[in-house]
Design a protein around this ligand. Structure first.
Ligand code: F3S
Length: 400
């Protein structure tokens, strides 16, 4: 791999051992994937922030990088942490976990990363432009950045994203290059896809088709007319979870779709496919519900408004988390939404989510509008899950 004189000096340790380690990670990755060079990135988003996922070894690595002079060279934000940084006690987070989580965040702070912890960085100030090269890790955000924004990123691991933050570069391979952004099969959707849970279901259906294919193909999707931002973020989360996808094209919607025409194998998604899957994900009906959550991926300001409108004058009867980023929470506060939500008894969980918080064994069921949250609540926390429409989740949360 060709390196500039400056990149070589970083690799030789002239900027300290943490930056040298970061450069070693990127060069090793570049060699594995056949990158010819490193390219500058305009933004980074680092996963591996919750102490629940990171553990002691991860914390030690971050402390070592910070103690050895690692400093961010490019604007970088974080994925959700294991707790609301300010209101962790309200969420029932144990103090020993909270202390470890604070240490993780302190290490990132020492390295100069922005402590905005969110899986929707594009709604919270970390918004790349079309064509920008970036290094992001959160799978739903990677899919959104590539497909909806038209920025370019591979799905980075936590260490490689941090390495890009500290050096400002990433290896030029995969989705950074035109030839790997082409669609290779055609999905036509002939079903009603309007609400967030329906976009999530569509991501499951297409993801399951992709899982059966050998490579990681990029679908060209037709049949969707006017998706909302919220629908697209739900779709991205689900498609990345169930199909490992980092990119799709949607005719008339995503910016690079017009560069291609649908070709290759054509697969139709019918209403019946969606109905069958919906039944599968919601049978049998839940007798007892002890946990509900909206905000996977983190809620937009418009969704916070909707929650406030639907909860106004009502009382929440079960544990109900509304998860969002801190910048969106601040905007919702100014607009008066958070006050209504909290008055009803729901908990606004900022910086975190129902998947990365340490809540295994605390609850038995999860009701949500997110297909991604269903997947991880079941596989990580052994919860029973139900996927309902946004409004229905709120109805369940306030059912006497
Ligand atoms: Fe975000 Fe947590 Fe869902 S990180 S995409 S809210 S699992």
């Amino acid at each position: 791999m060709e390196l500039t004189a400056e990149q070589k000096s970083l690799l030789d340790g002239y900027a300290g051992v943490a930056t040298q380690k970061a450069m070693q990670i990127l060069v090793a990755l570049g060699k594995i994937y056949g990158a010819s060079h490193l390219i500058p990135v305009s933004s980074v988003q680092v996963a591996g922030v919750s102490y629940d996922n990171l553990g002691e070894a991860g914390l030690e690595f971050l402390n070592w990088m910070a103690a050895n002079g690692g400093k961010a060279k490019v604007y970088s934000t974080l994925n959700p942490a294991g707790m609301d940084v300010e209101n962790w006690e309200m969420l029932g987070i144990p103090i020993d976990f909270a202390q470890k989580q604070q240490s993780v965040l302190q290490a990132f702070r020492n390295m100069g990363l922005d402590l905005t912890c969110t899986c929707t960085p594009y709604l919270a100030g970390n918004l790349p432009a079309f064509g920008d090269h970036i290094a992001w890790s959160e799978s739903s955000a990677v899919c959104y950045a590539n497909s909806v924004i038209g920025a370019r990123t591979n799905r980075e691991g936590g260490p490689s994203a941090l390495a890009s933050a500290l050096t400002g570069v990433t290896p030029a391979y995969g989705l950074h290059l035109d030839q790997f952004r082409k669609p290779s099969f055609h999905i036509h959707v002939a079903a009603q896809i309007i609400e967030t849970y329906q976009f999530g279901l569509l991501g499951v259906v297409i993801g399951q088709i992709m899982e059966k294919m050998k490579s990681r193909p990029i679908p060209y999707i037709t049949g969707i007319s006017t998706p909302s931002l919220e629908g697209l973020k739900s779709f991205c989360a689900s498609l990345a979870t169930y199909g490992g996808a980092s990119m799709f094209h949607m005719a008339g919607i995503t910016p690079e779709a017009s560069s291609y025409t649908p070709h290759g194998n054509k697969i139709d998604i019918k209403q019946q496919d969606m109905n069958n899957l919906y039944r599968q994900m919601n049978t049998p009906p839940l007798q007892e519900t002890d946990f509900l959550s909206l905000g996977c991926p983190h809620l937009s300001l418009q969704e916070m408004k909707k929650v406030a409108e639907l909860l106004k004058g009502k009382t929440v009867t079960r544990e109900f988390w509304i998860t969002t980023s801190r910048p969106v929470r601040k905007q919702a506060e100014q607009a008066g939404y958070t006050q209504i939500i909290e008055k009803a008894g729901a908990k606004i969980a900022t910086d975190t989510c129902c998947v990365v918080a340490p809540i295994k064994n605390r609850f038995h069921t999860l009701i949500t509008d997110s297909a991604k949250a269903c997947y991880y609540a079941s596989t990580k926390n052994n919860f029973e899950t139900r996927l309902l429409a946004f409004e229905q989740v709120i109805q369940e949360a306030t059912r006497p």
